[in-house]
Design a protein around this ligand. Structure first.
Ligand code: PLP
Length: 400
């Protein structure tokens, strides 16, 4: 840090120069992120309520009330208006809190959690922090966990079963109804990671897409992670953890007695946390309503299917499978996903890269013209000689 500070105008000029390498959602070139462009309303509210701190909710009881109301709204969406929970920083924190609560529910010395092989790496973080062993269960050819293998993996040490409603890799939805029956009959905490799918799946049936029950409607489901900062249209950072029963939240409630606002129970891992994020989540849900979210899901699903249809016509780049959500996996038949991803990045496109495929998240910031431009770019790559004539030994990863 320099001794003397700089003038605001100078700082702005430096920022303008140094941040120009960042990509923007408005460019339509971010194809691999699960986040999206904040609305103008969200930008306005965020700056207006910047000083609210939910780490000391007694000072900001009105903000804390809005947080509770937002949890009720999410609970209504997920078929349990009496859910108890918190607005957190994202899916990672929500998953950690769920595992924390499940672990504390029992006195098991060597706790284990059964997770699908497709689980997000936040579970690995959580398990490492909490001293829980993860038991990974394989998925089927559509990327859904095999429920019979989950059942077989249960031991006296199992504290949690996790199911995913929208996997990170492919947007696959696990057979949650089967997991719910297994969890209920063994009285084990079932946590659903709907960080991505939570704001999408509730609208699919209305729009004519198939979707099975995945939420609190199923009696075996104990907790759900759902992220407003993904398909919930709220700015980063905003996740949510919802528990079926208040005791599940109380198990991880560590109170601070020194706060200026007095002791006030709001459960989270963080201490100081952004009240503006909670206000904006509340406001975004109020503003959009179910109708608004349904409209967004309709657009995203229709663009995902457009991209899927376009990719089906290609030779060397092919969809991994028909999309279940607005996430499309693309396998690359003659080059590794990383090589194709690098070429796309050179041409200005950012997709996500997995060992066996590329992933595109068709988020609300993408428009039809972006999907058409991206399809053309893929076609150009698809037809490039370099993609078709590579010797077989150059293939680094096996195909799905
Ligand atoms: C299924 C799933 N769960 C959890 C997370 C973690 O969310 P966050 O990055 O908001 O912590 C992600 C992120 O991609 C995800 O895809």
């Amino acid at each position: 840090m320099k001794e003397e500070g700089l003038a605001a105008a100078k700082i702005l000029a430096v920022l303008q120069r140094s941040l120009k390498d960042d990509m923007t959602f408005t460019s339509g070139r971010i194809m691999g992120s699960m986040c999206t462009e904040p609305t103008r309303f969200a930008r306005l509210l965020y700056s207006k309520y910047l000083e609210r701190n939910l780490g000391d909710p007694g000072l900001f009881p009105a903000t804390a009330r809005l947080e509770s109301e937002a949890i009720v709204s999410a609970g209504e969406l997920l078929n349990h208006p009496n859910a108890h929970g918190s607005i957190v920083s994202g899916g990672t924190e929500a998953n950690i809190m769920a595992l924390w609560s499940a672990r504390n529910e029992t006195k098991i010395e060597k706790p284990e959690a059964i997770v699908p092989a497709s689980v997000h790496h936040s579970f690995n973080k959580a398990a490492d922090m909490l001293g829980i062993k993860l038991i990974s269960v394989p998925t089927d050819e559509r990327g859904r966990v095999q429920a019979s293998r989950v059942k077989a993996a249960i031991t006296a040490n199992t504290v949690m079963i996790a199911g995913i409603a929208g996997t990170t890799e492919l947007g696959a939805i696990d057979p949650i109804n089967e997991l719910s029956e297994i969890a209920a009959s063994h009285e084990i905490h079932l946590h659903i990671d709907a960080s991505f799918g939570g704001f999408v799946i509730p609208f699919l049936n209305d729009l004519g897409y198939p979707a099975e029950d995945f939420d609190f409607k199923l009696s075996g489901v104990s907790s759900i992670a759902i992220d407003p900062h993904k398909m919930g249209m709220a700015p980063v950072p905003a996740g949510m953890i919802l528990f079926r029963e208040v005791e599940m939240l109380e198990r991880i409630d560590i109170k601070a007695s020194y706060l200026a606002g007095g002791e006030y129970s709001k459960v989270s891992i963080l201490g100081t946390r952004p009240g503006a994020a909670a206000i904006v989540v509340w406001a975004t849900m109020q503003m959009l309503g179910k109708q608004g979210y349904r409209k967004i899901v309709r657009k995203c699903m229709s663009l995902t299917n457009l991209l899927y249809e376009n990719a089906l016509k290609m030779e060397n780049i092919q969809p991994v499978q028909e999309p279940m959500l607005n996430i499309l996996g693309l396998k690359t038949l003659h080059e590794s996903p990383q090589e194709v991803s690098d070429k796309l990045r050179e041409r200005g496109w950012a997709v996500s890269t997995f060992p066996r495929h590329l992933r595109v998240c068709v988020m609300p910031h993408l428009r039809k013209r972006h999907i058409l431009e991206f399809s053309s770019e893929l076609e150009r790559l698809d037809q490039k000689e370099e993609l078709i004539v590579k010797p077989i030994s150059k293939i680094r990863y096996s195909l799905l």
